[in-house]
Design a protein around this ligand. Structure first.
Ligand code: F6P
Length: 551
């Protein structure tokens, strides 16, 4: 088993010391730490190329960082990072290496899996992606009736949808002018219909993206789209309008897609880590392969930073250890990610899968139930929108939610003073959360506004803010392919760091299986067949009610 020692992490000296230290830090006010130390912002920030992570608005001091990094050392984080990059089988439950880093290994140095260098195959698929995406963009690969393919529909779910969808949206400004991207993921027929209503069969290319090629949502949606196309253009059109991205050649052929139109990837890449592979084909078609390569370059730069930089100056390590600090020592079970960039609107949904599917586990690598909390609940949405939805709770709610703010210095759409207002808002949120407003300050403000003493007494508490609420702020120049690559890789590695500390396998997802299995047993009953399985009375009742309503 991996992990350096046979000791449960919460029994280690480093953990115990953090528990003691946390008791002191709970009493410390961030606003006082800022007042006492004018260099705090400078000390708790990391610059990497044009990106900066400001983590000064956290309930930490130098000792906290030291103790957290001792815990990282105790858990052999360095060794585990090396093991991942080396291609060791750190996905222990599935006996697989974890090599999304190989997909963007721009150094092209060999990485061996079972004695075989995987780089030539990866490079081959990247070259095939380049050829195909360019052919589509230039109109050399055309539809069955000779028209240019300008509507690209990705059919996939989970990791085969969220990454490409998030990245396509993030890089919308880089799309070829005549290309439109669509995503069908949900089994809900509405998802399919809404897209098919918008596109024309003659100009539509479907990418069926499924690592396993067995996922019921994707295959059902793909069959519906195939029928729609065949009804309009005939069976012969399928090879001109369908391509697949998968690890499962047999199933792809069975579905009727020409193996030549299949883009391969490998089981050493987890679904939620796969946008760097051919799963990103729609990104490459939309923004061009040169831009896709830049995204890989950015991710590689973050990989090298993660692998080679001292932990005290290491963005993903600091992010991950802060995650552990709040989750396990302050007992905060939620985190939020709020990008102040409309193009990053799908980032929280993407990170939800990355974080919660990776670390939402409770059996550790010693095959024991953990006695500490693992992945928090991650939620978020674009600022300033979410300031008008869940931010009331973030500021005054009874639970504290650490937040990551993300803000580009330059917008792709610099109109009027929109961007300055946006920036002012994100900075104000971080400051307000950190500073808060005491009851005394609230009362003084009310008096200054001319309120009667009785009114001041009545509302001063409602108008106060406890503050001392943590946030990180990511700042960079602009959302471009390279920066996006850096940012996503930083979050991937943050999740890795947390998984190592918690001694769990971040790379399987067995928790999604049970619901899938049970759906398969309920389906025949909804279709009118006799029940082969007995359910609880609530489920029986729901089945009966829905059947009655569908009559
Ligand atoms: O939700 C479970 C899961 O296996 C994810 O990990 C994966 O991203 C998704 O389903 C889709 O799987 P596939 O790419 O095999 O269709």
């Amino acid at each position: 088993m991996f992990g350096n020692k046979n000791k449960e992490v919460n029994k280690t000296r480093a953990w115990k010391r953090l528990e003691d230290h946390c008791k002191n830090m709970r009493k410390v006010e961030m606003r006082e730490m800022f007042e006492q130390d004018p260099s705090r912002a400078e000390r708790y920030c990391i610059n990497l190329e044009h990106m900066m992570l400001d983590y000064s608005k956290n309930r930490i001091n130098d000792r906290t960082i030291r103790y957290l990094l001792d815990l990282a050392e105790e858990r052999n984080l360095k060794g585990m990072i090396e093991a991942m990059f080396r291609g060791d089988k750190i996905n222990t439950t599935e006996h697989r290496p974890v090599l999304h880093v190989a997909l963007r290994n721009r150094s092209n140095k060999p990485i061996y899996v079972d004695g075989k260098n995987v780089m030539p195959e990866i490079n081959e698929v990247l070259a095939k992606m380049r050829r195909f995406s360019e052919a589509v963009r230039l109109g050399e690969f055309r539809g069955a009736t000779g028209k240019k393919l300008t509507n690209i529909v990705n059919i996939g779910i989970g990791g085969s949808d969220l990454g490409p969808k998030m990245a396509c949206e993030a890089l919308k400004k880089y799309w070829a002018k005549d290309i439109n991207c669509y995503f069908i993921s949900n089994i809900d027929g509405t998802a399919c219909c809404e897209v098919l209503n918008k596109v024309d069969p003659e100009t539509t290319l479907f990418i069926v993206a499924s690592k396993t090629f067995t996922t019921i949502e994707t295959l059902t949606n793909a069959k519906t789209c195939r029928k729609w196309l065949v009804d309009a253009l005939g069976e012969h059109a399928v090879c001109k309008h369908f391509v697949a991205v998968s690890t499962n050649l047999k199933e792809v052929e069975k579905f009727g897609i020409n193996p030549e139109n299949m883009f391969e990837f490998w089981d050493f890449v987890g679904g939620r880590y796969s946008m760097w592979s051919a799963i990103g084909l729609i990104i490459a078609i939309a923004v061009g392969m040169d831009n896709f390569d830049k995204m890989l370059d950015g991710a590689h730069a973050m990989d090298m930073h993660f692998k080679d930089t001292d932990f005290a100056r290491n963005i993903p390590v600091i992010m991950g250890m802060l995650g552990v600090w709040y989750n396990n020592f302050f007992n905060l079970r939620n985190v939020a990610v709020v990008p102040y960039d409309q193009y990053l609107q799908f980032l929280p949904a993407y990170l939800q899968q990355l974080d919660m599917e990776s670390n939402g586990k409770q059996v550790n690598n010693f095959n024991k139930y953990v006695k500490y909390s693992t992945a928090p609940v991650l939620f978020g949405g674009p600022g300033t929108d979410v300031q008008h939805s869940f931010f009331q709770l973030i500021h005054q709610g009874s639970s504290v939610v650490p937040i990551d703010f993300i803000i580009p210095a330059i917008s792709h759409n610099e109109i009027g003073d929109h961007h300055e207002i946006l920036v002012a808002n994100v900075l104000a949120q971080g400051e307000a959360l950190m500073r808060g407003k005491t009851v005394i300050e609230a009362a003084a403000e009310l008096r200054k506004a001319g309120k009667a003493e009785e009114e001041v007494k009545r509302v001063k508490r409602f108008k106060s803010f406890t503050g001392n609420r943590p946030s990180n702020t990511f700042v960079f120049k602009k959302i471009d392919p390279y920066t996006l690559g850096m940012l996503i890789a930083a979050y991937e590695h943050k999740v890795f760091v947390e998984g190592i500390i918690w001694n769990i396998n971040s790379f399987d997802q067995m928790g999604v299986e049970l619901g899938k299995q049970m759906a398969l047993s309920i389906l025949p009953e909804l279709q009118g067949n006799a029940s082969s399985v007995s359910h609880d009375s609530s489920t029986e009742h729901l089945i009966a009610t829905i059947k009655r309503l569908r009559k």
